[in-house]
Design a protein around this ligand. Structure first.
Ligand SMILES: Cc1ncc(COP(=O)(O)O)c(C=O)c1O
Length: 477
């Protein structure tokens, strides 16, 4: 390696450092929506592949210039779109190290420190969330892959209970699995079923309440008739309402069903992508009673916990089933005999970045008290926002704000919400002050606000409410 190449590290990282700081320190004051759209940004970026090399600093400078106006200020405390959240300093800085260290975290032998970080982080997660301490954990890209990983473990377990080893033999010729959820089961669950060869139409739905929570009695009735393998998928946090399923009541139903099935033939999965972190708080804990009675849990650290992307977690109460679904082996892959585990045996990927490092750093910087404060604060901010919005004439809050999600509908004086709600939303998004997003609820449009940012404070909430009120009043005829 020549001296010039060595010198590039500092020069390139300096450009990235300066640009990152400028972004992070100014993000709360920026217009939230991008000011230049995809086509315009593309036009700037679209060149032929350079025929020769470019200096790293030039590449970085050009990238920063091209990004101007094309970034969504997702880590603004007044970004309320979808369910996202903004990254905390320890996690962002740790992520820089991850890139610099360039560890392949597939095997313990390729990166002892990353394997150890995974082990420690997994233990912390079990304690924090009150989950069985001998559960196994896979650090995946997000909620989608966490659902896939958990459902892969479930698929193996429930079919093996009926004498069919799906992990070895595949689904063809095996027993049909019944997968039960509700109309509000997140779209990534049927997608996972598709990837697992079960097909997205395999999901059968049972009745739910007005907060998108499964009706345990309807579930009992539906399962009463089923003889083969069963997977039930419920939610810790519905993407619209934030509704948390009644785990205890559902686990009671499944305990009864299990009496008529072979051991292991019935599996309960909790999709906790948005809400599982609420289980850390004693204020929110009553909603999570019975959470530990499930067989698997998925969550996203890059949402409410505020790690950088991409960081999801798959947790399985039955490590043997998890391992059977995900393990990989080949003659050239060395195994460290003294290690507890190899990370690649618990996730769909073999080679991967060391994503658990920023999760570790985030948890370490927050500590238990910090996580509790983070979730309780967002809950309080969501409640404040809902209370103030509900006080505005013509604005209806459509959900019980039990977690961090608020859903509103705006009515004009003629009694229309179908056109008025999206019009208000468009005006609010264009204001640059705040950024809720759209949804559909009970067949009518809604505006959804997710309070998932660690820094959102009272002033932010009041500015968001003010922006919505102004747009609503200006457009209300
Ligand atoms: C309930 C639920 N499950 C799963 C997912 C998918 O998570 P990810 O986008 O991290 O893959 C989401 C995303 O919003 C979600 O809300």
């Amino acid at each position: 390696m020549d001296r010039a190449h060595e010198a590039d590290w500092a020069a390139a990282l300096d450009v990235a450092h300066a640009a990152a700081l400028e972004w992070l320190e100014g993000v709360a004051d920026r217009p939230i929506a991008p000011t230049r759209d995809y086509r315009v940004v593309l036009e700037d970026l679209l060149t032929d592949l350079p025929t020769g090399p470019s200096d790293a600093t030039t590449v970085l400078h050009d990238l920063v210039a091209a990004a101007e106006g094309g970034l969504m200020a997702i880590n603004s405390p007044r970004f309320h779109g979808w369910v996202m959240g903004g990254a905390l300093p320890a996690g962002v800085a740790a992520e820089w190290l991850v890139a610099a260290w360039d560890q392949n975290s597939g095997a313990t032998i390729t990166s002892p420190v990353v394997a150890a970080v995974e082990q420690v982080t997994a233990t912390w997660l079990m304690t924090l969330l009150g989950l069985p301490e001998d559960s196994s954990v896979g650090f995946v890209t997000g909620g989608t892959m966490a659902n896939l990983t958990c459902l892969a473990a479930a698929r193996g377990a429930v079919t093996r209970a009926h004498g069919w080893d799906v992990d070895a033999l595949g689904i063809v010729g095996g027993p049909a699995i019944t997968v039960v959820g509700s109309q509000h089961t997140h779209a990534t669950v049927p997608k996972a079923l598709r990837l697992l060869g079960l097909g997205h139409d395999r999901l059968v739905t049972v009745a739910h309440d007005d907060q998108a929570r499964i009706d345990p009695a309807a579930l009992a009735k539906r399962l009463g008739r089923i003889k083969g393998p069963i997977i039930v998928t419920v939610q810790a946090g519905d993407v619209h309402t934030g509704g948390v399923d009644r785990f205890d009541a559902i686990a009671d139903v499944l305990d009864e069903v299990r009496e008529r099935h072979p051991p292991g033939g019935v599996w309960l999965h909790v999709d906790g992508a948005i809400g599982l972190w609420g289980a850390a708080s004693s204020v929110l804990a009553p909603q999570f009673e019975g959470l530990d009675r499930a067989d698997s849990w998925s969550t996203d650290a890059h949402k409410w916990l505020s790690t950088p992307y991409d960081s999801g977690v798959a947790i399985v109460a039955h490590p043997a089933d998890h391992h059977r679904a995900m393990a990989v082996g080949a003659d050239y892959l060395l195994v460290d005999e003294h290690a507890d585990r190899d990370p690649m045996d618990w996730t769909p990927e073999l080679s991967r970045r060391a994503r658990a490092v920023s999760l570790y750093a985030t948890l370490r910087s927050l500590g238990r008290a910090g996580v509790v404060e983070l979730v309780e604060r967002s809950h309080r901010m969501a409640q404040r926002g809902a209370r103030h919005l509900a006080a505005i004439e013509g604005i209806e809050v459509c959900n019980d704000v039990t977690l961090n999600q608020v859903m509103i509908r705006c009515w004009d004086r003629q009694g229309d919400a179908i056109e008025h709600t999206p019009a208000v939303l468009a005006a609010v998004q264009a204001s640059g002050i705040t950024f809720p997003t759209h949804g559909d609820w009970d067949g009518l449009p809604v505006m959804r606000l997710s309070f998932s940012h660690w820094a959102t404070d009272v002033d932010d909430v009041d500015r968001t409410v003010g922006a919505i009120a102004r747009a609503h009043h200006a457009l209300r005829n």
